[in-house]
Structure formats: C-alpha cells, structure tokens
Design a protein around this ligand. Sequence first.
Ligand SMILES: [Zn+2]
Length: 349
Amino acid sequence: MTSLELDPKLAPNQTDRYSRQVLFPGIGADGQRSLSASRIAIVGCGATGSALASLLGRAGVGMIRIIDRDYVEPSNLQRQALFDESDAAESLPKAIAAARKIVAFNSQIVIEPQVADLTPANIEPLLNGIQLVLDGTDNFETRYLLNDFAVKNSLPWIYTAAVGSYGVTLNVLPGQTACLACIFPDPPRGAVETCETAGILNSAVNLAASIAATEALKLLIGARDRLRRTLLSFDVWTNARAEVSAAKPRVGCRPCGNREFVHLAGEGRPHITLCGRNSVQIHEQHRPINLAEMSLRLKPHGSVRHNDFVLKFWPDPYEITLFPDGRAIIKGTTDASVARSLYARYVGS
Ligand SMILES: [Zn+2]
C-alpha cells in the first residue's frame, strides 16, 4: 500500500493549524486528538469524494484511504475540486491526483491512494482497518456492495449522492439505524438520472458533502448523540427539502434483518457503464500489465501514450484506458460485447 507523507517536522505546529476548529465547543482539544487518530476510507473520488476528502483532510482526520477506479478528464473540473487542468492533461488517476493535492495542503496526515474498482473480491483488504466509510461513488452497484460489507462487519458508513440540483445523504450505523437496503430494498430500475442525463450543480454536491463530512466528524469524535438519523434530501434550485426517518432497521431487510449479503457474494455483477460518459469498464481481468511494453505493442495500431499509472490508446473511434492491474475503461460504446472484443483484440482475451 502506498502512502504519501511529508516529513512532519516541516509542517506547521498542529495546535496552530487546528486552532479555529478546537475553539468550536463541539470539537475541542479531545475531539481534535480523536480526529488525528481516526482512519477513514472515501470510496469514489469524483465531485462528492473530492469535497469530502478536502473537508476531512483539512480538518485533520489522521488517515484517509482514497479508493477510485477512474482518471481525471476536463469535464470533471467544473465540480471535482481536488483536480486541475494538468491532472486532466495527464489523465492522472483520481486517487493519485487527490493524494497529491491533499498532501500539499496537509502534510501532517496520511493519505493512501488506491487506484481500484471496489468489488466483492477486494472490498475486504481495501477497507481493512477502517473505522468509517464515506460514499463518493456514482453508482448503486458499489453502494449496495458497500452496504452489505458494512452491515456484515458493523462498520458505519455515510451514503451521499447528488444529481442535477438534488442531493441526499444517510448515516448508516449498523445495528442501530436503517441501512441503505432498509430504505431502498432494490437498486432503482429502468432509466436512472445521472450526471450525464440530468447534469449536476457543483453547489448541490458540495452541500451534500458538507453535511456528510460534518456527520463524519461527529462520529469520529464520539458525539453519536448528535448524529442525524434520517435520510435527508434537498434541492438547491427549488429549495425543497425532505427528511425520512431512518432511526430503526426495517424488519425483513435483506442484509440487516436476514443477514443475506447478495451483493457481497457478487451475484449478478454486470459490466459497468460509468456516470458522465459513453463508456464500459472491463474489470474481471486480473492480468498485471507493463504499460511501457504495452505501449510499444499498441503503437502500430493507433495513437498511444502512458505514464506510471495509466495508458491511453485510441483505436478510432474508441478510446481505451488501461490500468496496470489489467482493468480497462473503453470509451465510445455502451455495448459490453463491443468493449469485450476491443479488449480481446488489443490487450488479450
Ligand atoms: Zn437494512
């Protein structure tokens, strides 16, 4: 596991850094110490994840593991506050770009970037040693997987989502409150609005992330009596706001009532179409790839470039992004079979 850390001796005095937060009676010196000793994971580092990581990194959460499968693109910059134009030009993985930014503003905490897609096969090692998970994902598949894992292991997590001008968030305290499946027993069916179809306001994301980050602070310092026990949603354009009680688990809930963890068992996992673009991810392949060698191999077939983290290849009219673990994102199609055949042709079957 890689850590980005600077020499703590070079950093400004901790007391001074957090003085305004320590002055806030809800936190205080004890709360600040608890935050320094805390270990959290942020799954997905797009707009929501960027805001969460920025707020909690600046607040002094001692260790933040950032798990993200994607790379930075120009269309991200309108709302994904940890990234800049050079990250997009380099197609840097979001986890890596985020870690570099956070270390630059807080060198006293540990950031663990993980360029990975959270799956039933890797969720256990990726969330090992974590006290609280924050949701920065853009899809229900990963959220239900996270919910299963969290309920099974009594690990608190905070659901956060935003699309258009709408944001929603829920604290899941397994055994105490409702879980995601108590409220939404099944993933939404049919056409679901995404950032691609409905667009997104950066202010809606940041409000949702601010609320979730504050709940995280309360949980990490042990102010559990202050935690919200509702599903809270709001629309920053219409100013509509709604709250649904999530105070108790639902009788008959599959994961938290019946201890059935179908998403963790990996049932029915399809290829994923990512939010925000016309693309398919190939993620079952576990074939370590030497990006430099692959770059040479692909050169006769189209334009190709790579860095330490990612390779990009353009067999017209598609764009293939390849990661060192063999995972690929294929842009220009939503058809899994087209993506699979491109992968077989250029990477291997
Ligand atoms: Zn439940």
